[in-house]
Design a protein around this ligand. Structure first.
Ligand code: SF4
Ligand code: SF4
Ligand code: SF4
Ligand code: SF4
Length: 425
């Protein structure tokens, strides 16, 4: 327990680059375990030094004359660390030897050396100078109540906390070992998934090995990380009400995943994370949260599509300084060289796929370049072409002006998505 608590704290505070977050539950659990440990250690330490505990023990279990009692006190003060309010009368080697004999006859069968409780024994030595005061103040009783109260709180909290994995992880491992997922009934698969949600130890091994973990450095969305995504999935599965903003974050994290299977292959508890991610996407889809680009495309079409459909719409530049903000691609500004020869549109396989591409795609590649030149932001962002582009680079390779058409379209897509998510933040 001590080792586990130390690892949990050190990994969070000291070890750099651990892709993990600390949630309120982690703090509660570490606090509870910490109180249990510290109160337990101090409880035992106050018991070691307590002369009243010694007296109770002697009264209950031994029948000694005055000499034997004095020798036993000397022996326990010397070897067991008991601190008596009055100095022990006999402390010479003979007295200690006689005390030892009394101890072996009356006490040894029940009491091992306190050094076995090495932490508490160390603490008992430290509190030695104030031991009598602590004993008289009945500190031991107070610590006893604190220790067991927190133990019971911890036990009651266990099924709702991450520590439940102590029970669920072995069961999940067993279920995964004996289940044939392909041949299992749907109800069994769902039950196994539910067990897996509780089996996670939050060790973050999956997040450390996640193929897109590096994206987390750029986009501060913890649901990109599999260990955190699992917690969000658990909240969704438990029916916890999540607002649109939270679901949007989960959606983003869920679809940034490349389904590479690495997290599943490294999970020490054998959780089939890949399977959970797929079911998560199904749940998101049912709740109206499709793949990120599909969502952005749909929202942007609703928001800016009117600018393309309305023949009488004003074509004045939008307020945003679009050209200046196109900075991700080093060559984004090349759109200003476009002289509208339409070569890019003519070679585009997407455009060629439609009988009436203007109607389906909104603006065609050469028109998008031209819109950018005019600073028409809504037109540039609100067309379907940027989402349908295959990034085949045909347009870019054929452009006589060296306009980096594909890169510009790609940047527009990223800008459109960033604008939507910024607005929702
Ligand atoms: S590797 Fe497995 S147990 Fe560890 S955090 Fe990831 S899902 Fe949980
Ligand atoms: S499957 Fe997804 S979550 Fe798992 S390691 Fe690959 S990218 Fe990361
Ligand atoms: S091929 Fe180049 S110059 Fe011609 S319309 Fe397209 S982007 Fe403009
Ligand atoms: S990169 Fe996109 S716009 Fe250019 S030709 Fe290919 S599909 Fe068309």
């Amino acid at each position: 327990m001590i080792l586990g608590l130390a690892i949990a704290v050190v990994r969070r505070i000291v070890v750099p680059g651990m892709r993990r977050t600390t949630r309120p539950m982690d703090v509660y659990v570490m606090t509870l375990v910490g109180i249990i440990l510290v109160s337990g250690v101090f409880l035992e330490a106050t018991k070691i030094v307590s002369y009243t505990s010694f007296q109770e023990m002697v009264e209950e279990w031994a029948s000694l004359d005055e000499d034997e009692l004095e020798h036993l006190k000397a022996y326990w003060a010397e070897d067991f660390g008991v601190v008596f309010p009055e100095p022990v009368a006999a402390t010479d080697p003979d007295a200690l030897e006689m005390g030892k004999e009394v101890h072996e006859v009356s006490c040894a069968s029940c009491h091992s050396k306190p050094t076995w409780a090495f932490l508490s024994y160390g603490v008992s030595k430290a509190i030695g100078p104030i031991a009598v005061t602590l004993t008289d103040a009945r500190t031991q009783v107070g610590l006893w109540y604190l220790h067991f109260l927190v133990c019971f709180v911890g036990l009651a909290y266990l099924p709702f906390s991450k520590l439940f994995h102590m029970l669920s992880s072995p069961v999940s491992l067993l279920a995964n070992a004996v289940m044939d997922t392909g041949a299992s009934a749907r109800a069994n698969v769902v039950t196994r998934r539910a067990m897996e949600l509780d089996a996670c130890t939050h060790c973050a091994t999956c997040s450390i090995h996640c193929s897109v973990g590096v994206v987390f450095r750029q986009i501060a969305n913890e649901t990109i990380l599999p260990s955190e995504k699992l917690i969000s999935l658990k909240a969704m599965a438990s029916g916890k009400p999540l607002d649109g903003k939270e679901l949007r974050r989960i959606q983003e994290g869920s679809y940034i995943c490349t389904s590479c299977y690495r997290c599943t292959s490294v999970c020490p508890v054998g959780i089939n994370l890949q399977d959970l991610w797929l079911s998560m996407r199904e749940d998101l889809l049912r709740q109206g949260y499709p793949e990120n680009a599909a969502w952005a495309r749909h929202v942007l079409a609703d928001r800016f599509g009117g600018a393309l459909r309305d023949k009488n719409a004003s074509v004045t530049p939008a307020a945003g300084d679009l050209q200046k903000d196109m900075t991700v691609s080093l060559q984004a500004e090349t759109f200003s060289s476009c002289f509208e020869c339409q070569t890019c549109t003519n070679v585009c396989p997407v455009v060629g796929n439609y009988e009436n591409p203007r109607e389906t795609l909104g603006l065609l590649p050469h028109q998008i370049m031209h819109s950018l030149g005019l600073g028409l932001e809504n037109e540039a962002l609100g067309n379907q072409m940027i989402w349908d582009c295959l990034t085949c680079y045909m347009c870019q390779e054929h452009c006589p002006q060296g306009v980096q058409v594909t890169d510009v379209l790609y940047e527009l897509k990223n800008r459109a998505y960033a604008r939507l998510t910024d607005e929702e933040a």
